[in-house]
Write a protein that binds this ligand. Structure first.
Ligand code: UTP
Length: 289
């Protein structure tokens, strides 16, 4: 098992995106762009860079346009061809060929754990990645690849961790455990949004590589914080019964599901774009003077 490649990624995208209203009233938050690329495309690209072939999108009513983004747009391609924009046409086709995208509906938003459970039959009996679209991670080695490498080394489910200020621990799942090396720890405690006495400052970020055993745990999982079926609670059981690793990934993470995080991601990614960086930097330095 430890040498197997992760071929499938589950991307839960059935949430209502209430932190981003009114933008998300009619537009899925996964399609909001960072510069000119929808956030979901960054996530799928990261999955592919980790060796994933099959992307399982957990969708909901009103979110089918996410799937359209990964389909072939015949009329658009024909128009781009007619107008001589062949490079752009090829870019549009490449998006449709990035991965094999399939969807399953979560009929009610009963929580992240429940959303992941909706992928059980499509994942089957193999380890898989879970990737949350709100977390955009800019890293030399894509974050999911860092986790699959750890999974291969240890043979254990691996979740991404990041140090956060103590004042923010109540907004995250918080993990603590025994250090194995600089970046890796074996988790022995996992608490969803602790109100007080967090066991550490290490927050669970939206990237996971999990064994299929987690589905059995989720099936029996009662609702937790907020009345939702929490993935963190199932992972706490997994840590106890099978072992679970935490990996402090290398890279810069942006919370693109939050207004300020989204703005930061747009600025950071625009400054990395050769076609925009020069004039954008000049304008920014004028504005912030
Ligand atoms: P969030 O609670 O951050 O996402 O869930 P949300 O509900 O979309 O956004 P806000 O907080 O109201 O602004 C984290 C991830 O889990 C998915 C969401 O789509 C998001 O990617 N999720 C959450 C589901 O797919 N189903 C659920 O029942 C809950």
């Amino acid at each position: 098992m430890s040498s197997s490649v992760i071929r499938k990624a589950v991307i839960p995208a059935a949430g209502l995106g209430t932190r981003f209203l009114p933008a998300t009233k009619a537009v899925p938050k996964e399609l909001l762009p960072i510069v000119d690329i929808p956030t979901i495309q960054y996530i799928v690209a990261e999955a592919v860079a980790a060796g994933v072939r099959d992307v399982i999108l957990i969708c909901a009513r009103g979110k089918d346009s996410i799937v359209d983004h990964f389909d072939i747009a015949k009329e658009l391609e024909a128009h781009l061809e007619r107008t001589g924009k062949l490079e752009l046409r090829d870019q549009m086709r490449a998006i449709a060929k990035m991965a094999n995208v399939v969807t399953v509906r979560q009929q009610e938003p009963l929580g992240l754990g429940h959303a992941v459970l909706c992928a059980k039959d499509l994942v089957g009996d193999e380890p898989f990645a879970v990737m949350l679209g709100d977390d955009i991670i800019d890293a030399e080695v894509p974050a999911t690849r860092q986790l699959t490498d750890c999974y291969r080394r240890t043979g254990m489910g691996t979740i991404a961790l990041m140090e956060v200020p103590v004042a923010e621990t109540g907004s995250y799942g918080i993990a603590a455990g025994t250090p194995v090396d600089d970046r890796t720890l074996r988790i022995d405690k996992l608490v969803e949004k602790p109100r007080k006495d967090p066991p550490s400052h290490l927050a669970v970020i939206g990237r996971y590589v999990l064994p299929p055993r987690v589905f059995e745990i989720l099936e029996k999982q009662p609702p937790g914080v907020g009345g939702e079926i929490q993935l963190t609670d199932a992972l706490a059981v997994l840590a106890r019964e099978e072992g679970l690793m935490g990996y402090r990934f290398e890279g810069q993470r942006y919370d693109a599901g939050d207004r300020l995080g989204y703005l930061k991601a747009n600025v950071a990614y625009a400054l990395k774009r050769p076609d925009l960086a020069g004039p954008f930097r000049a304008w920014l330095s004028e504005v912030v003077k």
